[in-house]
Design a protein around this ligand. Structure first.
Ligand SMILES: [Zn+2]
Ligand SMILES: [Zn+2]
Length: 181
């Protein structure tokens, strides 16, 4: 990719670590300084750069090996170049090439050298995802494991409830769509 793409305007409401680790959304409400609660979670695994996929999490390190910035892998080119979505401190959120970051995310501020590690972290909750239909004497509701971090859905299933409809009267038994992330 060429230039950086602005995804969200500057805000002090949330920061890079919260955007990458807690909620991959510009509606993120938190500013998080310490990512160890996530990296130490059993659902989090450090991976090699060569196995990076979309929705993996990148952590930029300083010369001492401490985290200075987090982002989410948006895409990986056929040659392995990473495109990242990340929130730049109090500045905006951007989609950017892995190396096109502010100088304070370099190993030594302003050096132009970056060093990073990658993690795969998904925090899945089984949720109703809003699709349903009636057939015969049953009503079918679609569920999936939905990642609270990145929104990725997996293991889609249909749950069946006995229904005398139409008119159907079973909507009370599942979360309302507005409760679904
Ligand atoms: Zn995820
Ligand atoms: Zn029904």
């Amino acid at each position: 990719m060429s230039g950086n793409v602005l995804l969200d305007d500057a805000t002090t409401v949330y920061n890079c670590h919260s955007y990458a680790w807690y909620r991959y959304s510009t509606a993120n409400p938190y500013w998080i300084m310490d990512i160890s609660q996530f990296t130490l979670d059993s659902a989090c695994t450090q991976i090699s750069a060569s196995s990076a996929q979309a929705n993996d999490i990148i952590v930029y390190l300083n010369a001492a090996g401490n985290p200075v910035h987090s982002g989410v892998v948006y895409s990986v080119s056929s040659s392995g170049e990473l495109t990242i979505c990340s929130k730049w401190g109090q500045e905006g959120a951007y989609r950017h090439a892995v190396g096109r970051v502010p100088g304070n995310y370099c190993t030594t501020p302003g050096s132009g050298t970056i060093r990073y590690v990658l993690f795969r972290y998904h925090d899945y909750m089984n949720k109703y995802i809003g699709n349903h239909y009636h057939s015969g004497t049953s009503h079918y509701f679609q569920f999936a494991d939905v990642c609270d971090v990145c929104g990725k859905r997996t293991n889609t299933t249909w749950q069946t409830l006995v229904c005398s409809g139409p008119p159907c009267n079973v909507a009370y038994s599942v979360p309302k769509p507005e409760e679904i992330d």
